[in-house]
Design a protein around this ligand. Sequence first.
Ligand code: ADP
Ligand code: ASP
Ligand code: MG
Length: 422
Amino acid sequence: MPIIIQKFGGSSLADAARIRGAAQRIADTRSAGFNVVVVASAMGHATDELITLAEQVAALPDRRELDMLMATGEQASVSLLAMALRELGFPASSLTGGQAGLRTDGVHGRARITRIECGRLERLISRGEIPVVAGFQGTSDEGEITTLGRGGSDTTAVAIAAALQVSQAGGYCEIFTDVDGVYTADPRLVRGAVKLPRISYEEMLELATLGAGVMHARAVLFGEKYGVPIHVRHSQKLDQGTMISRENPNMEELAVVGCALKDDLGRVSIRQIQNVVGLQGRLFSALARANIVVDDIMQTEQGSSTMIAFTLDNADLPDAKQIVARALAELNDGEMSIEVGLAKVSAVGVGMKSHAGVASRMFQALGEVGITIHNITTSEIKISCIIESANGQRALNAVHSAFGLGLGSNATIAMQTDSPRR
Ligand code: ADP
Ligand code: ASP
Ligand code: MG
């Protein structure tokens, strides 16, 4: 029997009625002849509320304690979901991330999955039970509870799908959320955004990394690496959703399939530092050891010294600041300064590989609405501009319409006729 992994996000479990609704959906899938493993996020805004509580008792809450606290959010939802399933007559057992065998490194707040010991999940499945796993959390080899970073339940779901090799028997991973699929831009920010029936892992990974919060980027990475089909769907509507799958030749028809905005970026600048051999390796490996993902890196020569700057999530700024300060103290060189209030607007599409003029179109669109570009980065399939946060939504809308992604454009119609896999 194929295994389907069903992940429910916070808004899909916000109250008792929604939990019962999710349980019914799981029960229907089970009754249709599939084995199901459920992954659940914390209810509604529970994680935000727990963080606010922590900040009311400590200025900078200890990372280990914060993980202990945040992990309780998912524990509440998995136990309630298992109870609701039992009420419907389906044997279900809730499991913490650790009980489900999810092992991580020991970096609190942004731990990486190192392996999944599937024995317990497999035993439950073979007994006909439905395991209901707490997303977003795991345990380190020292037995410490860790969390995977905000939005990390998607990653739990796809990683479990990969570990159980669900795709080999026709299984897949369903991500149930509060939108009916992946859109050409965040539909909350761009009114004319259009749903994509399908998108490649590569494009979804870029969009997620560049701010499309509908999927956790590392979940898409696992999906691509292990060939797990990912189906993003609305938790309360029976719609087609969006399939995330391997690139197909039709996908190259469009230069740009979507755009994204990443807000809340900060920039760390190091000035007046001698460009000694190994400087960059030393700085950035210290950040990498703390699992800090650095966004754009800029380096310019300033006379006899050098300036190195990088952007990153505001949430990572306190840790990055400490790490860079320590490195500069050891080198006895350089001055650090911090800026906040930046954002990044990006356009993404595998078709960029074979279309010219994409970058110039984006720069023109931003220029026409009077937005200053502070930095530009490109890859084969994306173009990103750093701008001021206050201009974020306007920039996103300008770029979205410059590429004809909105309702009624020919480009969009071409995508809509490309029917989804299921
Ligand atoms: P969940 O709690 O189910 O994990 P999230 O809030 O993490 O839900 O993700 C869903 C949200 O992602 C949507 O409500 C939407 O505002 C946002 N989003 C951002 N970019 C996109 C996009 N390109 N397509 C769809 N939704 C997007
Ligand atoms: N509950 C966690 C968060 O709010 C994880 C998740 O929702 O995926 O970030
Ligand atoms: Mg999410």
